[in-house]
Write a protein that binds this ligand. Structure first.
Ligand code: NAD
Length: 461
């Protein structure tokens, strides 16, 4: 396959964020601190990870950001919408993820970023009340207002390109319906104020209509409907979602594939969380919790493939709880109790106690999605970007394909996509070609290195 010619990332990249609370303010603060050399972008693959190229003996492993043409942190400019008019400084202070002392060096930069009035409707996020929101007779007109905001932001910020990532609250649970089936039905629904169209879909529609790549960090449907996938393909816009894969679910998609790989049976998995941030308050409403619960529950079935292994995974008990507990703020605590069984059905247990920080885990995911979606657009990719499943709890995939949940398969999918994009060989990790010539090693292996003598020498030194 011949590589795509990916144009360089020239000029500023505008990052538009509907929802400017804990995750957004932590992302922006971290980027501004990193630009000044005052923080490390830990957790971000685009900033820190290398990618292996070619055969193992070639020892080629450039940084991802040097291998593919990504925008630099210094090129990013931020904007967005919220129902609260708090600047990013005020939002960060309220969220309490980073301390005032940590944030002080970037106070000026954070104070300068103030949210635009949101498209909001309390029917979809019941535990919040808007202090600023757009008004219009129809949802179509609201979308037009967002499209105008996008164009204005591009002009005033001097951005060459834009990306949008939904970091807004989790909306109530909703199933896809007729109004979501086609672009025509969706636009009709916007004009007739269909209750099946929540604000997150209005932002997604506005982004895709404006040619702006869109990702959804929450579990609500947003762009995961046929109408918006169709519009994205038609307009050449990359999209991705849903729900950032940060703490407990990341651990699940590491551990469940390990159990399956070793053919250990699962009898039950009980997961509970306490958290006290605004996200926790929103999830205290049963409608929003249901959306999150669906997203968190789906990963185990998918990782374990119960249909193929009914004896091992056909009848396990799975429970997920999230409890709003204000004293903890953003410092979420997750417990998992896992009952498994092994040889001769003997029972065993695994316990995980993850004392994490929600927004600290989410911020680098948003940064990577921004940079990779911008890359995807320049590479000419459009529609669902399944190679970005790595970042999501409920990865969007073509309807006839089961989404991939295993974190390491997702990682391989992503790195191989980058290799393909740049015309490098896909790595299948079988390693057979190093030992069995008929499986074709394109280059003869060089003479082996004198390990023993070198080791002795370094010991003597
Ligand atoms: N932090 C994590 O680990 C994590 C992981 C997965 C998903 N998420 C999701 O990411 C989202 C953001 O998380 P957070 O911790 O920053 O929450 P947050 O409550 O601090 O911020 C969300 C913001 O969205 C705003 N908002 C709600 N509806 C809006 C609308 N229609 N338009 C514009 N703004 C709107 C709220 O006012 C709030 O300021 C949530 O949906 C959360 O479930 C977070």
């Amino acid at each position: 396959m011949s590589p795509r010619k990916v144009p360089a990332a020239k000029g500023r990249l505008g990052v538009l964020l509907p929802g400017m609370g804990a995750v957004t303010s932590t992302l922006i603060a971290g980027v501004e601190l990193a630009k000044k050399g005052l923080a490390k972008p830990i957790g971000s693959l685009t900033q820190l990870q290398t990618i292996r190229l070619g055969k193992r003996y070639e020892d080629r492993a450039p940084l991802i950001k040097e291998f593919v043409p990504l925008a630099g942190l210094e090129d990013l400019v931020f904007g967005g919408w919220d129902i609260f008019e708090d600047s990013m400084w005020e939002a960060a202070m309220k969220a309490g993820v980073l301390s005032e002392a940590q944030l002080a060096p970037v106070r000026k930069e954070l104070e300068a970023i103030v949210p635009m009035p949101a498209v909001f409707d309390q029917d979809y996020v019941r535990n919040l009340k808007a202090r600023q929101q757009k008004k219009a007779a129809t949802k179509f007109e609201l979308a037009e207002q967002v499209i105008k905001d996008i164009a204005l932001f591009k002009k005033t910020s001097g951005a060459e390109r834009l990306v949008m990532v939904w970091c807004g609250s989790t909306e109530v649970s909703m199933e896809p319906s007729a109004v979501h089936e086609s672009v025509e039905a969706f636009e009709k629904g916007l004009k007739s104020n269909s209750p099946e169209i929540p604000p997150s879909m209005i932002y997604a529609y506005a982004a895709i209509r404006s040619g702006v790549p869109y990702a959804n960090g929450a579990p609500n449907l947003s762009a995961d409907i046929p109408a918006l996938v169709e519009l994205a393909e038609r307009n050449g816009v990359p999209i991705g979602g849903k729900d950032f894969k940060t703490g407990q679910t990341m651990m699940k998609t590491v551990l469940a594939p390990a159990l399956k790989a070793r053919m250990l049976a699962l009898n039950g998995w009980y997961s509970t969380n306490i958290l006290g941030n605004r996200d926790g308050e929103v999830l205290d409403d049963p409608g929003s919790f249901k959306t999150k619960e669906k997203s968190k529950m789906s990963v185990l079935d998918a990782c374990l493939d119960a249909k193929r292994y009914p004896e091992l995974y056909g009848d396990y008990f799975h429970k997920v709880r999230i409890d709003y507990y204000p004293p903890r703020g953003d410092a979420k605590e997750g417990w998992d109790n896992i009952d498994i069984s092994g040889w001769c059905s003997m029972p065993m247990q695994i316990k995980i106690n993850f004392l994490c920080r929600d927004s600290i885990l989410a911020a680098p995911i948003v940064l990577d999605l921004v940079l990779f979606l911008d890359l995807a657009k320049r590479a000419g990719f459009k529609g669902i970007q399944e190679w970005l499943s790595f970042y999501f709890k409920s990865p969007q995939a073509r309807p006839d394909l089961a989404p991939e949940h295993d974190l390491f398969v997702q990682h391989m999918k992503m790195t191989n996509t980058l290799r393909l994009m740049m015309g490098e060989e896909v790595i299948d990790h079988s390693g057979l070609d190093y030992y069995e010539p008929e499986y074709g090693s394109p280059a003869p292996a060089p003479a082996p290195k004198p390990y023993v003598r070198e080791r002795k020498k370094s010991r003597a030194a």
